[in-house]
Design a protein around this ligand. Structure first.
Ligand code: GRF
Length: 258
């Protein structure tokens, strides 16, 4: 048991990916175990899945924190200017942007407090529908080349970032859809890609059938990517691509080691 990685999971909804991860751990397809499940949403149905498997759960109710806004005390170690700088928010950041990062910092400090009770090696976002800010990310990652937050996104990134990947893919008239597992960075669904799966979109498909095709692939892809992490097969490197007449393009990419 001691070699198993400890996996923390954050969810917002039904938790079918969480279930696939729990099942893969139990079946030995992931050399790991889920040590906590947290949610921003007290009504997330996935919480019951965790409880059924004896996994501890907690909730940080984002909605109520956001509603109470700046009545909430900011975490003492929160530096708004730094967050705005790394997010490349301009100096004239509006009040709404500042409020966004401040309320998220309050919520994220509570998440970190709850998570502190359960040491973990990897944090997995499984349908967690909240943007994580640099305040949180910097306190979880172990440095720029050692990310340890993974996300699954319902589209073939970098196409269709955002909240409705399958919907956006379908409405665009794409003939292929898919899902992507990536490490989380400061951008929205921009982090280095670990794995992708694709499926054909046929003339008779509906948004619902597209979603079902995609989810089925997610349940297979996510455990596989987590297992790569468990086996230390993921290496993040910075690649430089020279460009004519312009500074070299630098990209962080994930290599899958044999
Ligand atoms: C999945 O489609 C995932 O890609 C997206 O949210 C959905 C979560 O589904 N981020 P579930 O809660 O795991 O069933």
């Amino acid at each position: 048991m001691t070699d198993h990685i400890r996996i923390g999971v954050l969810i917002s909804g039904g938790g079918s990916n969480l279930q696939a991860i729990i099942d893969a751990c139990q079946a030995g397809r992931i050399d790991g175990r889920v040590v906590f499940v947290g949610s921003d949403n007290p009504d997330a149905q996935g919480l019951a899945r965790a409880t059924k498997h004896g996994i501890p759960t907690f909730v940080v109710d984002y909605r109520s924190i956001i509603k109470h806004g700046l009545d909430n005390r900011l975490p003492e170690d929160f530096d708004l200017d730094r967050v705005l700088a790394v997010q490349h928010v301009m100096e004239d950041a509006g009040a709404a942007q500042k409020r966004f990062f401040c309320t998220r910092a309050v919520a994220e400090a509570r998440l970190l407090d709850q998570m502190a009770a359960y040491p973990f090696d990897l944090l997995v976002l499984a349908g967690f529908m909240r943007v994580l800010t640099p305040y949180f990310i910097d306190r979880v990652n172990k440095g720029p080349l050692n990310p340890r937050i993974m996300n699954i996104h319902p589209a073939l990134l970098p196409a269709f970032p955002g909240v409705d990947g399958y919907g956006d893919t379908f409405r665009y008239g794409c003939k292929v859809g898919g899902c992507t597992v990536h490490f989380v960075d400061y951008g929205e669904d921009t982090g280095p890609i670990i794995g992708q799966r694709a499926f054909a979109i046929e003339p008779g498909d509906t948004l619902e059938s597209v979603r079902q095709k995609g989810l089925k692939l997610e349940w297979d892809l996510y455990p596989q990517c987590i297992e790569y992490f468990a086996k230390k097969r993921l290496r993040v490197t910075i690649k430089r691509y020279p460009q004519k007449g312009q500074p070299a393009l630098k990209r962080k990419i994930v290599e899958i080691l044999p």
